[in-house]
Ligand binder design. Structure first.
Ligand code: FAD
Ligand code: UDP
Length: 370
């Protein structure tokens, strides 16, 4: 008899397994239908011996000292500040759009103050910022919106930015200075030995058992457990009772080149051309030295594993119906990006899992010692 069955060995499931086992001494079974732990943050060495991220680039960044301290129990860190270039009009320019982006793209020599005026002259007024189009055109105007955001977003999400909640493109700021970092969080690091190593350490507790290639549907009747943490898609848990919740998927193409470097930074975005959205070259992220280089192309699609909840009002409405069912479930906790249908970064999932653990400590008495 396990105290907990945890469905999913990603950040949500692994953090809760670690907390329940180490802080409450409870017996935990973690299952995942995939053949590995780590969820979407899983990394591995490819045939050339280069550390790659199986499900696309994962860069850790947070403003939370508590979340950073918690994860630091399981890894040392490599300082890394993420920089991204966009292939626009045949040039590689910084994204987020900054002073250098505009000066290079339009062969100008503006100062920061002049750029603020330049943006203001082009920005479209909006009474209310509601959509992902509104966010960008109200900040930088239509031309830059079309060059950097329209095509990329249509590719990535399969819908026009005007059909997506503002929160999607609001992830990418606009700057008038020359700061070309993708994130400005106070903690920006990569786990020194990789993510999978971090997960191995998190799950290496005598009270935790891990079963891979095991799906919830297959074993829910076979195994005795008291309570469940569920981190898979919430609509699947309820057998799609209200219909399918849209999740956007990606197909990943991994490739190794017989040369040291392919591109000047870890990620190059393709908002105007190509079927893929971006190319990631891992050695920039990991600091690994190797005579070859490995990269991943991301091709967005509707079919395939669910990776992104799609932030649109109608989807949130449908999610709320499932959430009401979830709240009425006794002894099941829904945590993580798929189970709470939130476009969360890794640190937010860790924060949500730690908050869930605190709630559990309030609500669930400790098991009696036999
Ligand atoms: P997941 O990692 O998806 O784990 C859920 C697990 O549950 C999966 O392993 C799945 O196989 C398993 N599962 C589902 N259903 C079942 C079932 N029925 N039975 C058994 N197992 C099941 N975040 C960042 O902070 N920085 C980044 O740079 C970043 N880049 C990203 C890039 C891409 C391409 C993607 C897709 C995401 C990125 N993220 C990034 C987000 C990050 O991946 C997530 O926040 C985090 O991994 C979510 O953890 P999770 O545990 O909620 O879900
Ligand atoms: N985006 C864009 N062009 C870019 C970068 C981002 O249009 O060059 C939009 C796109 O809709 C994307 C969203 O902004 O999905 C968020 O970007 P982010 O890099 O945070 O995406 P993620 O890493 O989560 O896939």
């Amino acid at each position: 008899m396990f105290d907990w069955l945890i469905v999913g060995a990603g950040f949500a499931g692994s953090v809760l397994a670690e907390r329940l086992a180490s802080q409450r001494g409870e017996r935990v079974l973690v299952i995942d239908k995939r053949p590995h732990i780590g969820g979407n943050a899983y990394d591995r060495y490819d045939d050339a011996g280069i550390l790659i991220h199986q499900y696309g680039p994962h860069i850790f960044h947070t403003n939370s000292q508590a979340i950073f301290d918690y994860l630091s129990k399981f890894t040392r860190w490599r300082p890394y500040e993420h920089r991204v270039l966009a292939d626009v009009d045949g040039m590689l320019v910084p994204i987020p759009i900054n002073l250098d982006t505009v000066n290079r793209l339009f062969a100008l020599n503006l100062t920061s103050e002049e750029l603020a005026t330049w943006f203001a002259a082009r920005a479209e007024k909006r009474d209310e910022i509601r959509t992902s189009e509104d966010v960008v055109v109200s900040a930088v105007g239509r031309e830059l919106y079309e060059k950097f955001f329209k095509g990329y977003t249509r590719k990535q999400w399969g819908v026009d930015p005007s059909q997506l909640d503002k929160s999607v493109t609001a992830r990418v700021p606009t700057r008038i200075d020359r700061d070309d970092r993708y994130f400005t969080d106070s903690f920006q690091y990569m786990p020194e030995g990789g993510y999978t190593r971090l997960f191995e350490r998190m799950l290496a507790h005598p009270n935790i058992r891990v079963m891979l290639q095991t799906s919830f549907q297959d074993i829910r009747k076979e195994i005795a457990f008291r309570r469940v943490i569920y981190t898979g898609p919430i609509d699947e848990f309820f057998k799609f009772r209200f219909g399918k919740l849209p999740y956007r998927s990606l197909q990943f193409k991994h490739e190794t080149f017989d040369q040291q470097w392919l591109q000047p930074v870890a990620v190059v975005n393709y908002p105007q051309t190509e079927a893929y959205t971006r190319i990631t070259e891992y050695k920039h992220l990991t600091g690994q030295s190797h005579e070859k280089t490995s990269v991943t192309y991301e091709f967005p699609s509707d079919a395939g594993d669910p990776y992104y909840p799609v932030p649109r009002a109608e989807n949130m409405e449908l999610y709320k119906k499932y959430e009401r069912l979830a709240l009425a479930q006794e002894n099941v906790w829904f945590v993580g990006r798929l189970a709470t249908y939130r476009y969360y970064n890794m640190d937010q999932v860790v924060g949500q899992a730690l908050a869930t653990f605190r709630r559990i400590c309030h609500e669930v008495p400790l098991p009696e010692v036999a």
